[in-house]
Design a protein around this ligand. Structure first.
Ligand SMILES: [Zn+2]
Length: 298
């Protein structure tokens, strides 16, 4: 049995081929070219699928809000013209004749971590990914908690600053305007005039001005986690995103979270995501695998 898994991001589509044991046999990557429109994107996906022989199912992890029950794209930004409203699962099913599972990228990554990564030993955890924005997922009993409209877990849009900076969502003061990696790089750019990515910023870690910006950004990250800790009291937080590879960031988050929650909440474990950029294809594999063998434990 083999399953093809695809993770559709703003810049690239990552593809993974899995065997029945959940072993990732091979990966490849191609440009999304989402600007060419939805028909071109679907042709590209079908092309990738048809270049693999003897598939049993396809799993898709994608940018945008997804109704995972129907596999329809509920909402996508203007980076994906025409994608909003696309019944992706139905189209791919009709064109390939294969069972297809579709979920959004953050939920797929959380499922990937739940069964193959940092969440293996936890039934319940809260997952956050720090990048351009802040993605979130709530895992309860090894399943995504989806909410009334299938879109729960938008932690990036918790308000951490009343009447704060305007956010891409149209509201103000959202967590991701302060705690995302982009917020850090923006703060550094404003202070130094230099555009640096997260890794470059840490090359100047010993400069007091940079250090101060990093420390106040970590405080912003922690404020969001403090609220989530008080709401969920989760056994575990799993945090992903390239910036968290910096040991200093991770250690400070752990320390400051413990220091800032009500003492009875300090037992939550904070773990780094383990599957990195592959978490999405692992989760999409798992979702597709469930279509063939529901409830299977591999
Ligand atoms: Zn927002």
């Amino acid at each position: 049995m083999s399953v093809l898994s695809m993770d559709i991001g703003g810049t690239s589509i990552k593809t993974g081929l899995f065997d029945s044991q959940g072993t990732l046999l091979s990966t490849s990557e191609t440009d999304t070219e989402a600007y060419k429109g939805v028909d071109s994107l679907i042709n590209k996906l079908c092309g990738i699928i048809s270049s693999h022989k003897a598939l049993h199912a396809v799993g898709i992890s994608t940018s945008g809000q997804v109704d995972a029950r129907t596999g329809r794209i509920v909402f996508a930004t203007e980076a994906f013209p025409g994608y909003t409203g696309t019944p992706l699962r139905q189209i791919l099913k009709e064109r390939t004749g294969l069972p297809v599972a579709v979920d959004n990228d953050v939920n797929s990554a959380a499922i990937g971590e739940a069964f193959f990564g940092a969440g293996r030993n936890y039934n319940d955890f809260i997952c956050l990914t720090y990048g351009t924005g802040i993605g979130g997922a709530i895992v309860i009993g090894k399943e995504i908690y989806r909410g009334a409209d299938g879109i729960a877990g938008e932690f990036g849009h918790m308000v951490t600053h009343a009447n704060g900076k305007p956010c891409v969502c149209g509201k103000r003061g959202c967590y991701e305007m302060y705690g995302s990696t982009r917020a850090l790089t923006e703060n550094v750019r404003k202070a130094t005039g230099k555009q640096m990515d997260g890794r470059e910023i840490f090359m100047y870690f010993n400069q007091p001005k940079i250090r101060e910006i990093i420390d106040s950004w970590i405080d912003e990250v922690v404020w969001g986690l403090v609220s989530l800790s008080h709401i969920f009291n989760p056994p575990c937080f799993i945090l992903g995103g390239g910036i968290l590879n910096e040991t200093y960031v991770f250690d400070q988050i752990r320390l400051k979270l413990k220091r800032n929650v009500i003492p009875s909440f300090k037992n939550s474990i904070v773990k780094p995501a383990q599957k990195g950029n592959n978490a999405g294809i692992y989760g999409a594999y798992w979702n597709a695998r469930q279509l063939l063998n529901p409830g299977s434990d591999m």
